[in-house]
Write a protein that binds this ligand. Structure first.
Ligand code: COA
Length: 190
């Protein structure tokens, strides 16, 4: 069962998604990470990375495709990695540029945050970005993230030097933004 919102759902990665994952990797605008990588990824590399996954009970990382509910379009991917049980995880998202600014990515992040805080009981969620990626910084701020660590002038990207940023969101900060939800862990430790 995917994670379902009003505009998008997050579902498992399927083989037919591999070409889209290649194009996200090979577009310097959608390379959300802080180092530009040469756009030389191949379908075979992506197949090797995501195609050989076995059934398992681990939950330290996950990757979902973001699909629109109205027209079943796959518009990007979202993931969490480096999960430490009941403590922390790092999220990452990349959406095809023609779908930026439509609110889909914000809802995709909210669905993942809800899963991480409500289902997995995390204490804090982090993400990495850089000060030149104004769109990513602003969309993270809208979700409640703030800058926790700033490595000044640590990134060269898009023709200039920028700060590398770790942004984070604490459990109580996320619940404060969702007054309709009750954090049962608060009572548990009282
Ligand atoms: C980051 C990403 C998911 C954001 O998706 P999006 O659909 O563009 O996000 P939103 O439209 O919800 O938010 C973007 C915000 O940045 C603002 N923004 C965009 N360009 C801006 C600029 N040059 N100056 C100031 N604000 C800017 C937008 O106005 C919007 O804020 P608002 O809603 O308050 O007006 C998407 O751009 C993406 O996939 N980028 C490539 C990968 C990436 O950078 N991933 C993040 C690193 S983990």
């Amino acid at each position: 069962m995917p994670l379902v919102g009003e505009r998008v759902r997050l579902r498992e990665v399927r083989p037919e998604d591999f070409p889209l994952l290649v194009s996200i990797r090979n577009d310097v605008d959608t390379q959300g990470w802080s180092r530009t990588l040469p756009p030389d990824y191949t379908l075979e590399m992506i197949e090797k990375r995501y195609g050989g996954r076995d059934f398992e009970y681990r939950r330290d990382s996950a990757m979902f495709m973001i699909e629109t509910i109205d027209d079943d379009l796959t518009i990007g991917s979202i993931s969490y990695t480096e999960l430490v049980d009941r403590m922390e995880a790092t999220i990452g998202i990349a959406v095809l540029s023609e779908h930026w600014g439509l609110g889909a990515s914000g809802e995709a992040c909210q669905l993942l945050l809800r899963f991480l805080f409500v289902e997995l009981g995390l204490r804090v969620v982090r993400l990495w970005t850089q000060s030149g990626n104004v769109r990513a910084v602003r969309s993270a701020e809208k979700l409640g993230f703030t800058v926790a660590v700033r490595h000044r002038e640590a990134i060269f990207k898009g023709g200039g030097y920028f700060d590398n940023l770790v942004m984070d969101l604490l459990r109580e900060e996320w619940y404060a933004l969702h007054p309709d939800l009750e954090d049962h862990l608060v009572d548990h430790f009282r």
